[in-house]
Write a protein that binds this ligand. Structure first.
Ligand code: FAD
Length: 502
């Protein structure tokens, strides 16, 4: 195999200045009256926003560090509407970007080129439920949780469960190949999507997946493509039968190091829990302060471990996990006695991000991956990076699959602090790559990490991705300036209205 080349003298993490990595946004475009009229003719006037006071809320996603003002926001109701929007924008050379709930954490749904946001929230119908074949087809604006709720009466559910599942959409999940606490055992979105309908950048409508097999695996290509290869207008997912039995255990340790060793021991014992999550002392304190959860005194780290499956053998597995935690110096281990206690444990895990919102005005959630065995090392490095930049970092993450979520706490009104957050985030991700991990586990690359892609991929790899993207979207109007490095197109951040007002 010929060598894959990467310029050894270049350091994408250093070269990406905070401003460049944070944006590249251009000011709003002034759209022609003719373009607006054509859009309104198909969608109706109540499906278009152009006034900045109304489009303002679409300037950010969950990451808040990459604001960009769209020139318009449109709300299609059908696949035909989406096709019309794509063809019209293309005819006027105006870029566009799909948007679900806007909970993304890498700046993916921002109209960086001042283009049109295609908000899919009105495409929120479940189109078909096939209980016999365990399939469900939905429009892209249906929320993740609504999928499971729609089939709960049949004892079925949709497995990938991002912590944002009450609001994030299945279209956004497909675009980011989202995961969640239970993906350790059940896999991420790509393992559960069996069919997609999408509008390609040339305006045509295609269906991929379904019962046809053979040829290129387009489902795998499109899942995780972050809305850069087309707009998903329908998704068919596989449903699973609810497990017969579930056991949930909370283990407290004095230090994250001890908790990390317990994680390795559980996996080394050949157990694949349904979920294996870690919360550090900063998160524990925030949860106690915000919601009055009472965790064991002296807890420097918590593990939430869940086993599920047939009733037979489940108690033995839970007992083995508890014993392994005790062997690794757990100061407290508690098996949830009933459904109410189990819900309480998950409430703590799922409200962790909300609790952090009370500790600092803002936080930036990073999303790096490391080999599980390197957990102790990376946690030490994250702590060191936080201290050096005088920033508090809280960790709540999917420990079982080595998917970290260091949350850097800050106040966006302090611009120096915001800059240090970007630099510290880059250093954390650099450490993940150096330890043999990667830049993203489930939040995507978006605009946030695009310049750092060169730290992970060789020139040839990136060139292949460029060629692939050009094959779908030669004019680069479909969610431009995301995922792939811009090669020096480092435009100064255009301040959002919100930032300008601060
Ligand atoms: C508190 C919190 C917790 C979270 N926990 C998790 C977690 O546990 N696991 C996890 O994986 N993520 C998590 N996330 C991140 C986020 O919720 C997911 O990435 C989610 O899939 C985004 O869905 P969305 O509908 O909000 O998409 P958006 O943010 O609106 O968009 C995300 C990307 O998808 C593209 N897109 C959206 N809809 C379409 C479509 N129909 N066709 C093509 N492209 C489209 C957009 O262009 C953008 O690039 C969390 C976020 C928050 C705020």
């Amino acid at each position: 195999m010929p060598p894959r080349t990467r310029d050894p003298s270049s350091d994408p993490f250093r070269e990406a200045s905070p401003d460049a990595s944070a944006g590249g946004a251009e000011p709003r475009r002034v759209l022609s009256g003719e373009l607006i009229e054509l859009l309104a003719a198909q969608l109706g006037t109540d499906a278009i926003l152009t006034d900045p006071s109304e489009t303002f809320v679409y300037e950010n996603d969950g990451s808040i560090l990459h604001p960009a003002a769209p020139s318009a926001v449109v709300f299609p109701r059908s696949t035909e509407d989406v096709g019309h929007v794509v063809r019209t924008c293309t005819a006027f050379d105006v870029p566009y970007v799909a948007r679900g709930a806007g909970t993304g954490l890498s700046g993916g749904a921002m109209a960086l080129d001042g283009g049109v946001v295609v908000a899919l929230n009105r495409m929120d119908r479940i189109l078909d439920v096939d209980v016999f074949n365990r399939r469900l087809t939905a429009q892209p604006g249906v929320t993740n949780l609504a999928l499971s709720r729609a089939v709960a009466e049949h004892d079925l559910y949709y497995a990938p469960d991002p912590s944002s599942q009450a609001v994030c959409t299945i279209g956004g999940n497909v675009a980011h190949n989202s995961g969640g606490p239970h993906t350790l055992k059940y896999g991420v979105t790509v393992n559960h999507v069996v069919g997609l309908e999408l509008v390609l950048p040339d305006g045509s409508i295609v269906n991929v997946g379904g019962s046809e097999r053979g040829g290129y695996d387009l489902l795998a290509l499109l899942t995780g493509s972050e809305g850069t290869l087309g707009i998903v207008t329908a998704v068919t997912v596989r449903l699973l039968r609810k497990p017969e039995a579930v056991r949930t255990l909370l283990a407290a340790f004095a230090t994250p190091l001890q908790a990390s060793r317990a994680v390795s021991a559980i996996i080394a014992a050949g157990i694949v829990p349904a979920a294996l999550e870690m919360l550090d002392a900063e998160v524990v304190a925030a949860l106690e302060a915000a919601f009055g959860f009472r965790f064991p005194t002296g807890a420097g780290a918590l593990l939430v471990v869940e086993s599920d499956g047939p009733r037979e053998g489940i108690d033995e597995e839970a007992e083995t996990i508890a014993a392994l935690c005790r062997d690794h110096e757990a100061i407290h281990v508690r098996l949830a006695a009933d459904e109410a206690e189990r819900n309480e444990v998950w409430k703590a895990r799922k409200q962790a991000f909300g609790a952090l919102g009370r500790v600092a005005p803002n936080y930036c959630t990073q999303d790096g991956v490391i080999p599980r065995t390197r957990l102790p090392e990376i946690l030490e490095r994250i702590a060191e990076i936080g201290e050096r930049h005088q920033l508090r970092v809280a960790n709540v993450f999917h420990a079982g699959d080595g998917n970290l979520h260091p949350c850097i706490l800050f106040d966006e009104r302090d611009q120096d602090q915001a800059r240090r957050v970007v630099t510290a985030g880059a250093e954390i991700l650099r450490a993940c790559v150096e330890l043999g991990g990667s830049l993203s586990g489930e939040h995507g690359i978006g605009v946030e990490k695009r310049e750092w892609m060169a730290a992970m991929f060789a020139e040839q790899d990136l060139a292949l991705m460029e060629r692939l993207r050009n094959a779908f979207d030669p004019r680069r109007l479909c969610n431009p300036l995301k995922i792939l490095p811009t090669g020096g197109r480092c435009v100064e951040l255009a301040p959002s209205r919100r930032q300008a007002a601060l």
